[in-house]
Design a protein. Structure first.
Length: 172
């Protein structure tokens, strides 16, 4: 049985948040719409993280993420799901990380589940990597994979997990 911190009856885009939330130690606090970001925003204080999901495509909410990161001094993760997460629409993630000179923004990342069960955000092409840990988001320059096949395997593993989360029905 799939366990999820997000109520099974909610919209698919919110259900997808179960994937990163299970990697964080603290239960999220719903804070609603904040600083122009999507309604349903969650606050994970111990991870210094604001997290939300939206079915909307970029560039919607892009500048608002950076504004919230600067204004609240928190990392911001926006999961973009489309209307049919991973079945018809690829799930991508945008992050704005607190940096010394302002937000460090990365867009169009995808989830990757390693065989050791750790959860990562990896770029579609070249770039830095983000590990989702219990204490928040950790920027890494070393990839969490050795070969491209290993990367693809982890991305497919995360995509399959998203499909299970979204299609799961209570009582089945």
């Amino acid at each position: 049985m799939l366990t999820s911190p997000i109520e099974p009856s909610l919209a698919p885009s919110l259900r997808v948040l179960s994937l990163p939330l299970t990697a964080l130690y603290e239960a999220p606090v719903p804070i609603g719409a904040l600083a122009g970001l999507p309604a349903g925003m969650l606050d994970i204080a111990s991870a210094n993280l604001l997290i939300a999901a939206t079915p909307c495509d970029p560039p919607l909410f892009g500048m608002k993420m950076e504004d919230a990161c600067t204004r609240f001094g928190r990392d911001v993760m926006l999961v973009r799901t489309g209307l049919f997460p991973e079945t018809m629409n690829p799930v991508t993630v945008d992050v704005a990380l607190v940096g010394p000179d302002g937000p460090f923004t990365m867009t169009d990342l995808v989830f990757m589940r390693r065989r050791d069960d750790s959860l990562w955000l990896v770029p579609q092409r070249a770039g830095a990597f983000v590990e989702i840990r219990g204490d928040g988001l950790a920027l890494q320059t070393t990839p969490p994979f050795v070969t491209w096949d290993e990367r693809c395997d982890g991305v497919c593993r995360a995509a399959a997990e998203i499909v299970r989360i979204v299609t799961y029905r209570q009582g089945r």
